[in-house]
Write a protein that binds this ligand. Structure first.
Ligand code: PHE
Length: 336
């Protein structure tokens, strides 16, 4: 009879393990531990056991009872969990979770910083919410200049606005520091533009400023050429076009050759072979006067660059809006 107990235990555990749902297990509980249950009926058989074997027999049944009732409880709990979460197949291979990656614009800004850092530039920064003074006045921008228009600039209140360019960082740096100055200033800019494939109200610029004794426009062109080659490869060409900015004289706009179509013409370069990057020029003496630098002693060049524009040529993206839409199908293509 004592040997029967082991067999009953093995069979009971096997049944508990293969119970498929809550009601199966509750039925089983009744069959094993209920008033008429198998284990309970074993207890009733004690008088039939020879007197000397009774203590061991009783002990074994009690152990059996507690093992079986523990198993029933734990199986019941795990069936409840899997009923909530669905079946868990622990034999399936592990699923790698997607870690995300850097935004292509942040990654490109870091590359740009790295290139300029190698040429002796330090990184400076200024606030996105600027004053009219830094964004326009100190940059020699006349009161009636079109860029000040409420249709072009997001004004906040009391002479504050969302900066339309990173150029105010030039002023903030020169106010604090004596020449020579060699800085770049990456940051976001805001304009009330009509959004289309190549314009957005929110975009990224990297400003550059170099002030020293003998600085020329040729130096600027040399610097931007080396920069373009480091970012886009040795084949890229650069061109300057005469332009006007209130804070540089002379001023230029500059373009990089379109590396996407090899200058054959595509939608990114508007079928011209060239992509406009931004403006640049020699620092206007009026700006030096504003920050207390002697314009007879110091010369400087300044430039801006549109990071999204560079990213479009570098990665073959034909719509600037993609950078701000947080579409994972777009973002997942970049691994930095
Ligand atoms: N701030 C100008 C713009 O956003 C670009 C620029 C920067 C021009 C520095 C000259 C010098 O259009």
């Amino acid at each position: 009879m004592i040997d029967d107990i082991d067999q009953i235990k093995n069979e009971a555990l096997e049944k508990i393990k293969s119970a498929k749902n809550e009601s199966d297990i509750l039925d089983l509980k009744g069959q094993l531990l209920g008033k008429q249950g198998l284990i309970t009926s074993l207890l009733k058989k004690i008088p039939e056991v020879p007197i000397e074997d009774r203590p061991e027999f009783g002990k074994k049944i009690n152990i059996l009872k507690s093992i079986v009732s523990d198993k029933i409880d734990s199986q019941l709990a795990s069936l409840k969990v899997s009923a909530k979460t669905g079946r868990i197949d622990s034999t399936l291979p592990a699923r790698a979770s997607w870690l995300g990656s850097r935004h292509p614009i942040s990654a490109l800004v870091d590359q740009i910083i790295h290139v300029f850092y190698g040429m002796g530039f330090e990184v400076a920064s200024g606030p996105d919410i600027e004053t009219e003074y830094y964004n326009f006045d100190a940059l020699n921008t006349p009161d009636d200049h079109p860029s000040r228009d409420i249709n072009d600039t997001f004004y906040i209140a009391d002479g504050t606005l969302l900066r339309t360019q990173t150029s105010p960082v030039q002023i903030r740096v020169m106010e604090k520091q004596e020449p020579p100055v060699r800085i770049i200033a990456p940051g976001r800019c805001y304009r009330r533009d009509t959004i289309d494939a190549s314009h957005h109200i929110l975009f990224t610029q990297v400003e550059g400023l170099y002030v020293d004794k003998d600085v020329t426009l040729a130096d600027l062109k040399g610097l931007l050429t080396i920069f373009a080659k480091r970012i886009l490869g040795p084949e890229v060409k650069i061109r300057f076009r005469p332009h006007f900015f209130p804070f540089t004289e002379p001023s230029v706009e500059y373009d990089f050759s379109c590396m996407l179509c090899n200058m054959k013409g595509c939608s990114v370069c508007g079928y011209t072979g060239w992509v406009e990057i931004s403006g640049a020029g020699m620092v206007d003496p009026a700006v030096f006067n504003e920050v207390g630098y002697d314009p007879d002693k110091w010369k400087g060049y300044a430039f801006g660059m549109g990071v999204e524009r560079i990213a479009m040529i570098k990665y073959g993206i034909n719509d600037i809006r993609l950078f701000l839409e947080n579409d994972l199908r777009f973002l997942k293509q970049f691994h930095f």
